[in-house]
Structures are given as structure tokens and as C-alpha cells.
Design a protein around this ligand. Structure first.
Ligand SMILES: [Zn+2]
Length: 268
């Protein structure tokens, strides 16, 4: 089983393509993507991985005005958009050494295209060295939930499903049967229970966490708390995920996430 752990360092590249100065500052993205204790993505992944990973060591570069028209940018595939912007930063930021990072998050001033790529990662070459990078392309004003979902792809997670067989109409294409229908799992975003945190409203909707399947896939489930039912009768005593939820029947069955990422769930 894979066990993703340790500091997952991202290079966050703030790229301006339009003419208006972006509203959200570099400091905003340092709080959103790097700093802990802000309600940003570093807190999220530390909590949701049960302490297995952090985003410590990530860094934000830009804003940088790309010498590229919006039209030319839009004509590129998503992989080429990310690759082109990363190369431009590599040439213009002498401090930036991509070999320090596992992921590249390209933030744009407008909504030109957004998401990860098939499989979540791209082989990119900087200074003659090629290695796979988790990659995300995101507009600056997208939500915490959106960024977390796309980073999930970069960490190797696919979409989550329910067993309804329903295909969601995505405006021009249909999802696979059941895809995006686990509202309890970030890998079904943007069709999930999420909420705006009063302490960090600038980050937009956040949560939920990961379902047990995805946590296990990442090697983040505490095996001491996993019960396998192999037929016959098994008696299981449930306990609440204290200190986040008081004991009640409903809450004893809650997902093991901190309260802030559960607060969008129904009846919470
Ligand atoms: Zn996705």
C-alpha cells in the first residue's frame, strides 16, 4: 500500500495574463497555500491526512506578467499551459529551483481553464533534469474546496463515486455513472458538503475531507481503528472522534475530520 507522508512542497506560481492588477495578493496565497494556522490548504492536508503530510516548505512566486496573450494561452492544452508558465517562471525567477518541489500550482488572474491533468502529474524538465510533478491550474478566486480537490489528483487520487449509476450532466459531457456523487468526499467536489469558515472567509467554501476508501488508498487510515467484518457476528464499539464532536449516536458515526471540514455536512 502506498503511504504518502512528509512535507509535500509545492511551487505556487502566480501568473497574470490579463491587464488588470490581480485583486488577491501574494500574501493571500502565502496564507492560503503555505502558512499553517490560517485555515488554508496546509492546515487542511495536515488534518485530513491525520498528520501524515504537510505543505511545509512550499513557496509562492509572482505575481508575474506572462509575455503571452490570453488568446494564445487559451489555445494551449492544459498540460502545455502549465508547462509553458512553469518554464517562464524558471527563466525569470533566479531563486526558483523546481527540483525542490513535488508539485506545481499555477494560479491565474482569470478563469481561462482549470483543473489537474489525467493522472494528476506531468513529466517536466528544468535545467536538464526531468521528473514527474503533481500539477494544478486554478483561477485565483477559486475555492479552498476546488484547490483541495485538484491537489488530491496531484497526490494520486481519482474521483469518488456512489453506487447510484447516475451520470451528471456537466454541460457538454456526462460524468461516469456515480462519479462526483460522494458528497462526503473532497474528490467529488464541486458536488459536496462544504462551507465557508467564519475564521477564513477569504478562502471560500472548504471541506469536506476524504472518505475512508481514499484515506486508506493514501495510507492515512490508522489501522488500529479499522475493523474488518468477515462474516458471522462482530461486535464493534464506536467512539466519537473527540475532541471534535460530543458523544451522540450520529456523531459517533462521523468521519474522522476536524470540525471545520465537517461543518458543511447536513445536520451539523
Ligand atoms: Zn477532479
Amino acid at each position: 500500500m502506498k503511504h504518502l507522508n512528509g512535507d509535500q512542497k509545492w511551487a505556487v506560481l502566480l501568473c497574470q495574463l490579463g491587464e488588470a492588477t490581480p485583486e488577491l495578493t501574494r500574501d493571500h496565497f502565502v496564507d492560503f497555500c503555505v502558512n499553517a494556522g490560517t485555515g488554508g490548504l496546509n492546515d487542511y492536508w495536515q488534518s485530513i491526512s491525520h498528520g501524515n503530510i504537510t505543505l511545509n516548505g512550499s513557496a509562492v512566486y509572482g505575481w508575474y506578467q506572462a509575455p503571452l496573450s490570453v488568446a494564445d494561452f487559451m489555445n494551449l492544452s492544459r498540460a502545455d499551459k502549465i508547462s509553458r508558465i512553469a518554464q517562464l517562471f524558471s527563466e525569470n525567477e533566479s531563486e526558483l529551483d523546481f527540483s525542490d518541489y513535488i508539485g506545481i500550482l499555477v494560479v491565474t488572474d482569470g478563469d481561462y481553464d482549470k483543473g489537474s491533468v489525467q493522472g494528476g502529474s506531468l513529466d517536466l524538465t528544468f535545467n536538464g533534469t526531468t521528473k514527474p510533478y503533481g500539477v494544478v491550474l486554478a483561477p485565483a478566486d477559486e475555492s479552498h474546496s476546488f484547490y483541495a480537490h485538484e491537489m488530491g489528483h496531484a497526490f494520486g487520487l481519482g474521483h469518488s463515486f456512489d453506487d447510484s449509476g447516475i451520470e451528471l450532466d456537466q454541460g457538454g459531457w456526462k460524468s461516469l455513472p456515480g462519479e462526483y456523487l460522494d458528497k462526503w468526499d473532497i474528490m467529488s467536489a464541486e458536488n459536496v458538503w462544504s462551507s465557508v469558515q467564519p475564521s477564513s472567509p477569504d478562502f471560500g467554501q472548504s471541506g469536506p475531507g476524504l472518505n475512508a476508501f481514499n484515506m486508506r488508498d493514501q495510507g492515512w487510515l490508522d489501522s488500529a481503528r479499522v475493523v474488518e467484518i468477515k462474516g458471522g457476528e462482530t461486535s464493534v464499539r464506536l467512539r466519537s472522534a473527540a475532541p471534535y464532536c460530543p458523544a451522540s449516536r450520529r456523531r459517533q458515526l462521523s468521519p474522522p475530520w476536524p470540525a471545520r471540514y465537517r461543518s458543511g455536512l447536513p445536520s451539523w
